[in-house]
Ligand binder design. Structure first.
Ligand code: ZN
Length: 156
């Protein structure tokens, strides 16, 4: 696990907080912002976006979409800032699996406490133990990690 430096954590907390403050959450009244840092050091932020259909996009998924749109694939760390509540705002099950697609199990997950601190730092492995990821499908020759075998030339 490659933890964030205090300066990186401050930068990402600011990005996640700004995203949270732009969240569109009129139904749940539970605004969340997430900022993820890729291995290149760039930061991508996202917020939850709800709609009347109740099929919303979570902050983590929103940040992942921003990262993918910019052409990056490897998440180094993520910071999540929810509304100030007693409960820690960790990624939901769906977002944990989305993070797993672009991060290793030792991904550090920083979820902000009510008082603005981060307390103990979680990992994806802790929140999604024995996870199923791209490596599983690579074994059977599918997905981005599968070894590409050159196609055999057809005999004429
Ligand atoms: Zn989620």
């Amino acid at each position: 696990m490659s933890r964030l430096s205090p300066l990186e954590l401050k930068r990402m907390t600011r990005a996640a907080t700004e995203a949270r403050d732009n969240a569109y959450a009129p139904y749940s009244d539970h605004p969340v912002g997430a900022a993820l840092m890729t291995k290149s050091g760039r930061v991508y932020a996202g917020c939850n976006v709800e709609n009347a259909h109740f099929n919303c996009t979570h902050a983590e998924a929103s940040a992942i979409s921003a990262m993918i749109s910019a052409g990056e694939r490897d998440i180094r760390a993520i910071v999540i800032v929810g509304p100030a509540m007693e409960y820690l705002c960790t990624p939901c099950g769906d977002c944990r699996q989305r993070l797993r697609e672009f991060a290793k199990p030792d991904l550090p997950i920083y979820s902000m406490w009510k008082d603005g601190s981060f307390g103990h730092i979680l990992t994806l492995e802790k929140l999604l133990p024995a996870s199923f990821g791209p490596e599983n499908l690579a074994e059977v020759g599918h997905g981005p990690l599968a070894k590409k075998t050159p196609k055999k030339k057809k005999k004429k």
